[in-house]
Design a binder for this molecule. Structure first.
Ligand SMILES: Cc1cc2nc3c(=O)[nH]c(=O)nc-3n(C[C@H](O)[C@H](O)[C@H](O)COP(=O)(O)O)c2cc1C
Length: 494
């Protein structure tokens, strides 16, 4: 959940450039993601989320349309704040991100059914040990031939904290300090525990004489920090990417600093490109200050696109979807994202004027930025209707030209590199995007007709650079690389 501050200065459009867009599908292995209740829409297949076929068919369809990736969001608890505490009654009928399966297990099967499309998977640094996490991602990177990415989250649900044995969540900025050390641990495991070339390949066994791998090429990492003690070595031999492609979506000051340091792709939400632009500039500026190439960081905006043959057809479709939305489910999502239970307030309460400062500021921000809501009362009904499709991301509704114009405007004004496309109904939203929008973007020369590296890794295809399979040199994880010929990795030399 995010709310961006209003821009301080009038943004000027960036000079015209033909950026090739990144397009990802933004999904969740749950009956609904950012569309509570839409499993009731007759054509929706959200309730098939437990079927592998549902996901392999979607992956194949998106690959045929040259989508870069499917990005799976994930949470580790239910949205139980609304009408709470600890009450899932409004959430369950809506299928609002509950029940939810762990997306990582499906990735090898999705990879086996496809050649090039990649898979971003959300996993939390707050609740999962780095040693185990590193192993799971290495395994999937092996089995997908380098097509997995990790969306690094620090988590935000109290219900997750309680179920992992805590009384309450670890404090917000402390979660990011833990995450920062966590990343050091996994970089050491992925990059610095197995020397390049340590594993004998192609029958070199007999030639080198040291068997499966050189025992001197596998070392303990001896990590002893404030939060973690991990001796190593890494349990898995090096996978294709070693470090999976790194994505992140924090929007607070600590979240942006973390992203500027670690992320290779950053995911931002906001109502308009004018509002997202300061966040893009701030992250790129911080990355530059850390010695990273700011343009190498891919910025991807979350949007809901409803496209039809014409503007009118798209608008009607949106209204039809909205009829199936579950308002209680939307308020439950709000409760989980914000931590505030709106159920105690009167139906007519306008939250622009409520006493609770965090809610007031969030709602005032929406009131001043959500298009078409001028003069509207922001009561529970309005909040629910606003969040019911596409959550807090921008919604772009129209015929192919209207939508393509608006996406181009996002690129020019906010300097984003692409979009995470959420759905109102799965797979119909993607079917429409593939039928109506993708050809228009290709006609304009802003979306590829073939992958940069067919059969390549996630990092190669997200950066568009053949051979860019490993972390780039300016990334902080690169300092842990253990190169061939080195007795120990450079970082470990005292
Ligand atoms: C577009 C977007 C998508 C996100 N997806 C997830 C997710 O799938 N799982 C999760 O636990 N957090 C998710 N988050 C939450 C963030 O990773 C982060 O934990 C949250 O925004 C709190 O950090 P912050 O205060 O730095 O923003 C998402 C945030 C944004 C903006």
């Amino acid at each position: 959940m995010t709310s961006n501050p209003p821009p301080q200065t009038q943004p000027q459009p960036h000079k015209q450039k033909q950026k090739q867009l990144i397009l990802n599908a933004f999904a969740m292995q749950s009956p609904s993601h950012l569309n509570p209740g839409l499993h009731r829409y007759p054509k929706d297949q959200g309730r098939n989320y437990t079927s592998l076929k549902h996901w392999t068919q979607l992956a194949q369809k998106l690959e045929a349309a040259k989508f870069h990736a499917i990005f799976f969001a994930d949470v580790l608890g239910g949205y139980d704040v609304y009408k709470g505490p600890a009450n899932l009654e409004p959430t369950i009928p809506a299928g609002a991100q509950f029940p939810i399966n762990d997306p990582l297990y499906s990735i090898p099967a999705l990879a086996a059914a496809t050649e090039t499309i990649s898979f971003g998977v959300t996993a939390s640094t707050t609740y999962d040990a780095p040693y185990a996490m590193a192993r799971r991602f290495s395994t999937v990177d092996h089995l997908s031939n380098g097509r997995v990415g990790w969306n690094i989250v620090t988590s935000y649900l109290e219900s997750a904290a309680r179920n992992f044995g805590l009384d309450t969540q670890v404090e917000h900025d402390e979660r990011y300090r833990i995450a920062d050390e966590y990343l050091d641990v996994v970089y050491k495991l992925w990059e610095g525990s197995w020397r390049e070339g340590a594993v004998n390949t192609g029958g070199r066994d007999g030639v080198t004489g040291y068997g499966y791998a050189d025992p001197k090429g596998v070392r303990q990492i001896h990590h002893r920090g404030k939060y973690f003690t991990v001796p190593g070595p890494h349990l898995c031999e090096p996978s294709v990417q070693r470090t999976p492609f790194l994505l992140q979506a924090g929007t607070s000051t600590a979240g942006k600093a973390f992203a500027a340091k670690h992320a290779e792709a950053i995911f931002l939400n906001g109502q308009s490109p004018e509002l997202v632009r300061p966040s893009v500039e701030s992250v790129r500026e911080q990355a530059r200050a850390l010695g990273r190439d700011p343009e190498a960081i891919k910025i991807v905006a979350g949007v809901l696109v409803i496209v039809g043959r014409t503007d009118e057809e798209a608008r009607k479709k949106f209204e039809e979807y909205a009829r199936f939305g579950d308002r209680e489910g939307a308020l439950a999502l709000f409760g989980g994202w914000s931590g505030y239970d709106l159920s105690g307030y009167d139906e007519e309460q306008d939250f622009r004027f409520v006493e609770q400062p965090a809610v007031r500021s969030m709602v005032n921000h929406w009131a001043s930025t959500v298009p078409g809501m001028e003069g509207k009362k922001w009561n529970k009904k309005t909040i629910a209707e606003y969040l019911i499709l596409g959550g807090n991301g921008a919604k772009i509704i129209g015929g192919p030209q209207t939508v393509a114009d608006e996406l181009e405007r996002w690129v020019q004004v906010a300097d984003v590199d692409g979009f995470n496309l959420s759905y109102a109904s799965v797979p119909e939203t993607f079917d429409d995007i593939i039928e109506f929008l993708v050809p228009e973007l290709q006609r304009r020369g802003i979306f590829h007709t073939e992958y940069a590296v067919p059969g390549g890794t996630m990092r190669e295809n997200m950066t568009g650079e053949r051979g860019q399979t490993r972390l780039d040199e300016s990334h902080p994880g690169a300092k842990y690389v253990w190169r061939e010929g080195e007795e120990v990795p450079k970082y470990a030399v005292q």
